[in-house]
Design a protein around this ligand. Structure first.
Ligand code: HEM
Length: 48
């Protein structure tokens, strides 16, 4: 049986992916999260 949460592993939880009616602020910390989550996503996929 698959590990709990395994279904989430191939998803990049990019905090800048938002529904159309919500726009991100220009907060640099928020904007920097996108590449950080992408790097983490790549590492997660490459160890599978
Ligand atoms: C308001 C600030 C933040 C909130 C609310 C937040 C929230 C979260 C949450 C809920 C997760 C998922 C944890 C899980 O998988 O169980 C996460 C993961 C992560 N966060 Fe943040 N975070 C914040 C700021 C940041 C910042 C500033 C960075 C780096 C610049 C960052 C980098 C990451 C990374 C790399 C992951 C792992 C993503 C993945 O592998 O899918 N976060 N964060």
């Amino acid at each position: 049986m698959a590990q709990p949460g395994a279904v989430c592993e191939p998803i990049n939880f990019d905090p800048l992916v938002m529904v159309e009616v919500i726009d991100p602020t220009d907060d640099p910390i928020l904007l920097f999260r996108s590449p950080a989550y992408a790097a983490s996503f790549g590492k997660r996929l490459s160890r599978q």
